[in-house]
Design a protein around this ligand. Structure first.
Ligand code: F6R
Length: 261
């Protein structure tokens, strides 16, 4: 794992957007794993701007989202399909047929989960997986005690996650309690992972996920097993990390990051 500490949310989002843009330019048919949530909004805004200003070309990209709420239709403004169309897909030249979000309305959710895994396998796996982290330490909706080898499946949301996301629904009673999510095992098979976390509400969980033991209680800690995972935080989210000076030295000195300093 590598940790990059940026001064603020905007700088952290810009770094992630620039990495994604670089990967798309290097491999135009990149398979991107995407996350939703507040933290990612700035990343998508920047990618849209790069498309408009620099011609960043999404026409051959394939995308797979991490998760979707059970029971929400694509046209529901709270669904993650709606979020993706709104924040990214309809603002760039991506072919919507190449964008994939689990179907939370499927009659047979088990079959939908198997179909989703097969679709990822058919394109040869995910090249670059974008991740956020929930206050319960989840990646995707892999809540505490998710098996670290789990695959795409239905997961019940913890009270912490319900409390985190309920304001978006206008109250917990209006929010779905289950979601289809890629598994931890699915996520860590991506060739490269990028986790973005900003703000002081993420400081405790980032310190535990990055520097604490690997545990299914904090599924983001499974990223410690990944051979190529980068965690990008702002100063606030990185505040409780113990080895900050080491992480800063690596970012300032290692050639891999010279285009991003
Ligand atoms: C959403 C997802 C979640 C979020 C996480 C952080 O697709 O996978 O794991 O990334 O809950 O959400 P925000 O950014 O709203 O704090």
């Amino acid at each position: 794992m590598e940790v990059i500490i940026q001064p603020d949310h905007d700088c952290a989002a810009l770094l992630v957007a620039r990495v994604i843009a670089k990967e798309i330019r290097a491999k135009p048919d990149l398979v991107l794993g995407l996350a939703t949530g507040k933290t990612m909004e700035a990343v998508y805004r920047l990618l849209v701007r790069m498309h408009a200003a620099e011609g960043l070309d999404f026409s051959r990209c394939r995308t797979f989202n991490l998760d979707e709420y059970v029971g929400l239709a694509p046209g529901d403004s709270h669904s993650y399909r709606f979020y993706m169309n709104d924040h990214l897909f309809r603002n760039v030249n991506i072919d919507l047929r190449n964008t994939h979000v689990p179907d939370g309305m499927a009659n047979d959710l088990g079959a939908e989960c198997r179909r989703y895994e097969a679709a990822i396998a058919r394109v040869g796996g995910i090249d670059l997986q974008l991740l956020g982290i929930g206050q319960a330490g989840h990646i995707g909706f892999n809540e505490p005690l998710s098996a670290l080898r789990s695959r795409t499946r239905v997961k019940a949301l913890t009270p912490t996650t319900v409390a985190q996301n309920a304001p978006l629904f206008g109250g917990a009673d209006r929010m779905p309690r289950r979601a289809v999510t890629m598994g931890v095992g699915t996520i860590i098979e991506a060739r490269r992972c990028f986790l973005l976390a900003t703000g002081d509400s993420k400081a405790d969980i980032i310190a535990q996920a990055v520097e604490g033991p690997i545990t299914s209680m904090i599924t983001a800690s499974a990223l410690q097993l990944h051979p190529r995972c980068t965690v990008v935080v702002d100063e606030a989210a990185g505040a409780k990390l113990k080895e900050k000076e080491y992480y800063r030295w690596i970012f300032e000195n290692e050639p891999e990051w010279q285009d991003f300093r």
